[in-house]
Design a protein. Structure first.
Ligand code: SAM
Ligand code: SF4
Length: 338
């Protein structure tokens, strides 16, 4: 447990910050059409925090009361040596300071890492999967192969991890797969969560409004076949859950656009270069890499973190309501970490 003398991280709107999402790389072995342009320029490797710096920074957040750490990217499992980082973070689970160590992955490298992740204390993972059709999968990810991801998911299940499937709802793409996805998840024991497309980054000509499919419509589609019961469960994030009475499964909706969730926000996001974004939908950030590399001790680093949290804004300004993308931010999701 944290020493009682440590003041927890509380932002100006009295929200306790207990959840850190960490992007460990901006690179990826896929090029999902809503996330990246096909030709991406990635950061020079020297810009990235080293694994030791990531450890020092994450450990500082844990000392300040962060209880949940989600590792993301880019594709976190393509970062060289990433398992060394997972092995190191296990010590915070062992002391009880960290309650959960988890990751969001495209699943492509899961088959070879699942067992070791489980051994490092990862009990739940999010796997992004927008379709169960191999040809569609190749189209939406540009570079991905569905069988490889399915193998990865099977390996994670065999290693005892709980799996949440994240599906981006895309107009004209997976509208007809809502039931197939729900049924497959029910049969496999996975939780399914639908996500709305968010206006992040330049996609080289892709049309955001063309991609946007409101989750209200997804919900209405599901209600044609299932009885949906709203669940009270709150994660501090944008997900809202229902139970499908006919299958008993839990299903989530992440609706940053048609439904605002900022009042209960408990999280901040660290990029692979050490920038801390206090809000996914705002441009303000704090440079923690400078604090890390300044030669100061951990108390200077903790001061820099506290200074950043003191600037956490009330909320984001995304809005598609006038058929024009309002509140767009220029960086890609793979930079901030989804
Ligand atoms: N590569 C990993 C993966 O795909 O799970 C982790 C990083 S990815 C950026 C995290 C999540 O963000 C994925 O579920 C992806 O579908 C989602 N995502 C990416 N771009 C998005 C966008 N513009 N709007 C909504 N979700 C997006
Ligand atoms: Fe890669 Fe994930 Fe972005 Fe797809 S959503 S391109 S898998 S980072």
């Amino acid at each position: 447990m944290n020493a009682p003398s440590v003041q927890p991280l509380i932002d100006p709107f009295a929200r306790a910050i207990s959840y850190l999402r960490v992007s460990v790389t901006d690179r990826c072995d896929f090029r999902c059409v809503y996330c990246m342009a096909e030709q991406m320029t990635f950061l020079p490797k020297a810009e990235l925090l080293t694994l030791e710096e990531l450890d020092r920074l994450c450990s500082a957040f844990v000392r300040l009361g962060v209880q949940k750490l989600r590792i993301t990217g880019g594709e976190p499992l393509v970062r060289k040596g990433i398992m060394q980082f997972f092995r190191a973070m296990r010590r915070h689970l062992d002391t009880g300071a960290l309650r959960e160590l988890t990751l969001t992955t495209n699943g492509s490298q899961l088959a070879r890492h699942a067992e070791e992740l489980a051994a490092c204390g990862v009990r739940r993972i999010n796997v992004s999967l927008d379709t169960l059709d191999p040809d569609r999968f190749a189209r939406v990810t540009r570079w991905g192969r569905l069988p490889q991801v399915m193998e990865g998911i099977a390996a994670a299940k065999a290693a005892g991890m709980k799996i949440k499937i994240n599906t981006v709802a895309l107009k004209g793409f997976n509208e007809d797969e809502v039931f197939t996805l729900a049924e497959w998840c029910a049969a496999e024991g996975h939780t399914l969560t639908f996500i709305e497309v968010m206006p992040m980054g330049d996609l080289g000509g892709e049309d955001r409004i063309g991609q946007y499919w409101s989750l209200r419509d997804v919900r209405a589609r599901l209600a044609e076949r299932y009885t949906l019961t709203d669940l009270d469960e709150r994660t501090g994030g944008p997900a809202r859950y229902v139970r499908l009475e006919e299958t008993g499964q839990k299903l989530g909706f992440i609706t940053p656009l048609s439904h605002n969730f900022c009042e209960s926000c408990n999280r901040v996001r660290l990029t692979c270069t050490g920038e801390l974004f206090m809000c996914l939908g705002q441009e303000d950030k704090a440079d923690l890499r400078a604090a890390l590399r300044s030669g100061g001790d951990d108390s200077a680093l903790e001061q820099a973190i506290r200074g950043a949290i003191a600037r956490k804004p009330k909320g984001h300004d995304f809005d598609y309501s006038r058929q024009k993308v309002e509140g767009q931010v220029s960086r890609h999701m793979s930079h901030t970490g989804g």
